[in-house]
Ligand binder design. Structure first.
Ligand code: SF4
Length: 364
């Protein structure tokens, strides 16, 4: 037994967590691995040999999206860049364009940085230990532990939101996250063992995805139910406990679609800052209050409506305006702005989601 004390904002939480009997943990651990052998998910990155490049790529993609959404991106990346050396040699803009739709472009930039560091500093082979992996660009504690465990069989403690959900339920941890994370890591470590150390995090992830789901967990089917403390309390969905988040601040802006036939004008965004280095639609400054911005060209603009987009730090309400331009107007605009260029509408998929949404308001 141990007492956990942690602080969240102005509140201090003191929670007693009772560790589980080692023999029970060993027996249920085996039970979960047996369940995983029979009913685990067939995922693209689990097929074939365990290749650290594939494990890493899938883990980075899965940090921000779901398995069904990430799978086609994963397969496309592997077909374009089958090895870490291929990715390291890739054109930055092409990688960014292929990443569009996966969100958080900073992560794609770190992906490239990391691939290049693996080639430059490790001869094209990922280092094998959690500690060495953690030193690579873009590797946080979760990714380092996941690659070390899944690709190299290190008995690493892999803790993400899924594992947090299972562990906070198994031990009925009342400390709200994120303050309760140290307690979660501590109890998760009780289940780590050398045997099948690479399968264990994957079995836990599958349990979290198929059985111990955020809503309506299937406790009757759960191989860990015997040790679960949340279940007898009658409301396992209550875990993990989270403090209410303050609402995100809202900003307002207008995106401009300048169209000539089947092409539109896009801008190359500055390397630094939000959506750095990506293509985007010209838009007004995103401000805290709606205001009438001056469009990049006078004339007959059509209002197409507005849409919502949520960034990490703010929510955006964006109006969309369309103007069909003549060749002469476009030539003048492109002469004045060397960061603007044409993009065929057939390549609109390469735009970040916040701008791709604007194009969906255009009638065919
Ligand atoms: S018994 Fe239910 S709540 Fe507990 S770990 Fe299993 S699925 Fe989750």
């Amino acid at each position: 037994m141990r007492t956990e004390s942690s602080k969240e904002g102005s509140e201090r939480f003191i929670v007693t967590i009772i560790r589980k009997d080692a023999a029970l943990v060993a027996r249920l651990r085996k039970g979960l691995l047996d369940w995983y052998d029979g009913q685990g998910r067939d995922l693209a990155w689990r097929r074939g040999e365990r290749d650290p490049y594939r494990v890493w790529l899938s883990e980075v993609m899965l940090q921000q999206t779901t398995v069904p959404h990430a799978t086609p991106y994963y397969e496309k990346f592997l077909s374009l860049w089958p090895t870490v050396r291929d990715l390291a040699a890739a054109d930055d803009a092409r990688v960014m364009a292929e990443w569009a739709g996966l969100g958080y472009y900073a992560r794609a930039r770190r992906l490239l940085e990391c691939a290049r560091a693996v080639v430059r500093e490790h001869g094209g082979e990922f280092p094998r230990s959690e500690a060495e992996l953690l030193a690579l660009p873009g590797f946080g504690p979760y990714t380092a532990a996941a690659v070390a465990a899944i690709a190299f069989g290190e008995a690493a403690n892999v803790v993400d939101g899924n594992v947090e959900r299972v562990m906070t339920r198994l031990y009925a941890i009342e400390t709200p996250l994120p303050a309760g994370r140290a307690a979660v890591r501590d109890v998760a470590a009780q289940w780590i063992a050398a045997e099948r150390s690479g399968d264990w995090p994957q079995a836990l992830m599958d349990l979290a995805s198929l059985i111990c789901r955020p809503r309506a967990p299937q406790c009757l089917l759960c191989p860990l139910a015997e040790a679960c403390e949340a279940r007898p309390l009658g409301d396992p969905e209550r875990f993990p406990v989270k403090l209410a988040k303050p609402p995100k601040p809202r900003r307002f802006g207008t995106a401009y679609i300048l169209r000539l036939g089947e092409a539109i004008i896009v801008e190359q965004r500055p390397d630094k800052g939000l959506l750095g280095g990506m293509l985007g639609l010209p838009h007004s400054e995103w401000r805290e209050k709606p205001d009438e911005a001056r469009p990049p060209l006078d004339g007959d603009w059509r209002d197409l409506g507005a849409y919502q987009h949520v960034f990490t730090h703010f929510a955006l309400t964006q109006n969309v305006r369309l103007r069909d331009v003549t060749q002469a107007e476009a030539d003048e605009l492109l002469r004045a702005r060397n960061d603007w260029r044409w993009l065929p509408l057939t390549e609109a998929r390469s735009l970040p989601t916040v701008f791709a949404k604007a194009l969906t308001l255009m009638k065919p």
